[in-house]
Every structure is written in C-alpha cells, then in structure tokens.
Design a protein around this ligand. Structure first.
Ligand SMILES: [Mn+2]
Length: 440
C-alpha cells in the first residue's frame, strides 16, 4: 500500500503541473455535426429501424416533449435518441408495415413574428430533409398529424406506446391522448405497449456513444481539477461551482447535466442543495455533485473534500466507509448482475459500520442522454450499459455528509471505471488539496 501511495503522489503532482494527457486507449470521438452537436443522420435512422423491427406492424408516435432551460431547447432523451432533432414541438411517426415511406417527421408550423424572438426556423425543402435524414417532413397544421395517423392505422391497426409513461405525472401521456382520438375515428384499433424495448435499446450504448460520454467525463474531471484550488476556508461555494461550469462551457458543453450541487458544512447533507452561496469554513467538508452535458450526453460525478485540506478523524472514518461501500459494489459490476445486488452489497458495508439509517438514497442509476437514463433496472446488467455507483452517508447532526460518485461501464467481461481521472481515496483527496494549495 505504501509504495502504491508513493507512486500516486508522483503521478498526482505531475498531473497538477500538466493536465493529464488523454490515455492512448481513449476511444476516438465520432464526427459531430455542429452547431447542433449531433451524430450523422444514419445513426438515428438505424435506431428507428431497430425500433420498427421490434414493432413489426402498426403505428407509433413519439413526441419531442422537451423543455426550454435557458440554454435553448432540450428534447426528451427518447425523442432525441430516435431522431437527433432538437426542433421544439417535433413529432416522430413510425409505420413499419408501409411499403415505401415508413417514417415521418412532423414539425410545428412557422410563425414569422414569433421567430423574431426565438430564432428563425428552417423552411421545408431538400436541405431540411437532408439535415434531419427524413424523406417525409410535414408541418402539423389542420390536424395533419391526426389524419396521417388515422390513415396509417387503417392499414395496420395497432398503435404502439413506445415511450414509457411518466407515472409521477397525472396527465394522460400525449401519445395515448392522440391514440384516443385515432380510436374515435377508427373503432377497433388496438393500443399496445412496447414495454422496455426503447429503454433497452438506449441502455446499451454504441462505441460512438461511449466515446462521446468518455469525452464528457474528461471535461467534467477538468472542471473539478480547475475548481479544487478554490476550495478553502473563507471562499464561497459559488466560486467553486462557477469555475467548474466555466471550464465546461468554454470547452463546448452547452449546459450542465443537472443543476450543480456544491454544498459545504450542513449543506453537504442536503441531497439537492441548489444555492451554492455559503462561505466555507475551516473543519468542514465540501460535497460537489456536478457534471457537464456534452453533445447531448450527461455525465455525473461527486467528490467530497475537506475544506482545509485535512479530514477530521470522524470525517475520515465516514469517508472510508463510503469508499469501501463503493469499492464493494464496483468490484461486482459485470454482465448478469442486478442493480439490487449492487445496492444490497454497498448497503451492507454501510450498515455494518453502523450508518445504515444515514444512506437514504439508491446506489445509482443509468447514465446516457439523460442523467437518470432509460433502462430496465429490474433486468440484469449487460455490456454497453453505463451506471453510477454513488453511496453516501449524511449526518445533519454532525454537520457533514459524504458521497462519492463514479460512472462505470459494463463490458463483455466485467467493468471499466470511466471516471478514473480524479482522486477517490481519502489520502488521494488530501494530496489533491495539498497540491492545489501549493499552486495558489
Ligand atoms: Mn447521480
């Protein structure tokens, strides 16, 4: 252990002076089409074909269902996965039994006055069809979408729910809403669920997706490395957060993958602490759960560090338990293992140490286009899946919490830690802080 630690010191100090070079084994990024940061249209067409193979017959509609978040429109992961289109209000229609044209893109009608406010949208034509890789693009005017659906359903009367419903939302899903209207025009048409098909397609990432995600992770790590020198008593949480987010933005990230959580002292025990405006004090920890989105893919990393560079004995004890729980779960990751096995194993480490009541969330989640990505948590892990392992212990009465979060890829034979560019053990973290302090 001692000699390993010595080697690590050297590596980390070198890393401090010169940003670590990207390892030779790093997968090459696929060509991204700017400014939308999308992949080639054939990538999305291939995914639609896989989904249509699973449908076999009938018709499916997928609404974009995105949101404006201040950095522009962000389509839902399901819609983007199938289209690469980030035009607000877009709708995808798939009809695998059709003879010639089996996929259709409906776009909102244009509004010249509104476009003065939100940006000009492109006119119909060959250029737009090429850009999106669809032979058939329509404007959804005069119930065009509904009549098109009815028309397709007369020839193959099954309507597929391909997007899993948001069960936390009372409202009727938009696809089912449209299918009801189709049913009113066409009695006897069947509505069926495609279950976990789309989630399972999304969860098994292609090599190109993994290359994009790995690149995003390297950017996130770079943000952490830039932010760490700002962690010290008297500095604000906001300085740390702003520095990381600046690095990501400057490197081409459009937005953070989720609202950054940067909390010191008792704030480190609040799962979704949003403000990042407290001044850090001597003797506290700082919990940073922050990550960038890159080319539409999320990343997700958490590190917890001592504000003055040294954990107290109690903080260190808790840190080591969290790390041991994480190591235990990480060592188990391979095809065939279930999420709940990992969760149980990590939880047993924390329970054995007497902190069972203070690990109040799940062990982790899939990561992909969404930070909490699509995937069947009840099914065994398979190669190509990326998940977080993020145990935590939160002690509000003691004024601190610790979470360590990393992303791991399930490979054919086991697992690969994707977020291997940042310190994880308590010793490494303290050395990281000392290195940062010496450069101030
Ligand atoms: Mn997470």
């Amino acid at each position: 252990m001692a000699s390993t630690a010595g080697t690590l010191t050297v590596v980390l100090l070198l890393g401090a002076a010169v940003p670590p070079a990207v390892p030779a084994a790093e997968p090459p990024l696929p060509t991204l089409i700017e400014p939308a940061q999308t992949q080639a249209t054939t990538v999305y067409a291939e995914r639609r074909r896989a989904l249509m193979d699973a449908m076999g017959e009938g018709v499916a509609v997928v609404y974009s269902e995105g949101e404006e978040d201040g950095f522009g429109y962000r389509p839902s992961g399901d819609f983007f996965y199938l289209t690469g289109v980030d035009d607000p209000g877009a709708v995808l229609v798939l009809a695998p039994k059709e003879r010639t044209y089996r996929e259709f893109l409906f776009l909102k009608t244009r509004d010249a006055e509104w476009e003065r406010w939100v940006g000009e949208r492109e006119p119909m034509g060959a250029a737009l069809r090429k850009k999106y890789g669809f032979e058939k693009i329509y404007r959804d005017r005069n119930n065009g979408l509904l009549s098109h659906m009815v028309n397709l359903a007369t020839r193959s009367p099954t309507l597929w729910q391909v997007v899993l419903p948001n069960v936390a939302d009372d409202a009727k899903p938009k696809d089912l809403e449209l299918y009801s209207k189709v049913g009113e025009k066409l009695p006897g048409v069947k509505v069926k669920s495609l279950g976990w098909t789309l989630a399972n397609l999304r969860a098994r990432h292609s090599p190109d997706e993994l290359a994009i995600m790995q690149h995003g992770i390297r950017l996130t790590e770079e943000g952490f490395r830039a932010a760490i020198p700002l962690v010290r008593p008297g500095a604000s949480e906001g300085m740390v957060r702003a520095e990381a987010e600046r690095v990501w933005r400057a490197a081409g990230s459009r937005r953070t993958a989720y609202s950054s959580i940067v909390g010191s002292g008792a704030n480190s025990t609040i799962m979704h602490y949003p403000r990042s405006e407290r001044v850090m004090k001597d003797g506290e920890v700082l919990l940073m759960d922050m990550a960038c989105e890159y080319a539409h893919y999320a990343t997700d990393i958490t590190r917890t560090v001592p504000v003055n560079g040294h954990f107290t004995a109690e903080q260190r004890k808790v840190y080591d338990v969290v790390l041991a729980a994480q190591e235990k779960a990480l060592a188990m990751v391979k095809p065939g293992v279930y999420h709940e096995d990992l969760d149980k194993a990590a939880r047993s480490v924390i329970e054995a140490a007497g902190y069972g009541d203070f690990f109040i969330h799940g062990l982790g989640h899939f990561v992909g286009l969404d930070v909490h990505d699509a995937g069947a948590y009840h099914e065994p892990l398979a190669a190509g899946m990326v998940l977080t392992i993020e145990p935590g212990i939160y002690l509000p009465d003691r004024g601190f919490g610790v979470r360590i979060e990393d992303e791991v890829l399930v490979t054919e034979t086991g697992a690969r830690l994707l977020t291997d560019g940042l310190p994880r053990t308590a010793e490494e973290v303290e050395r990281w802080m000392a290195g940062a302090a010496s450069r101030r």
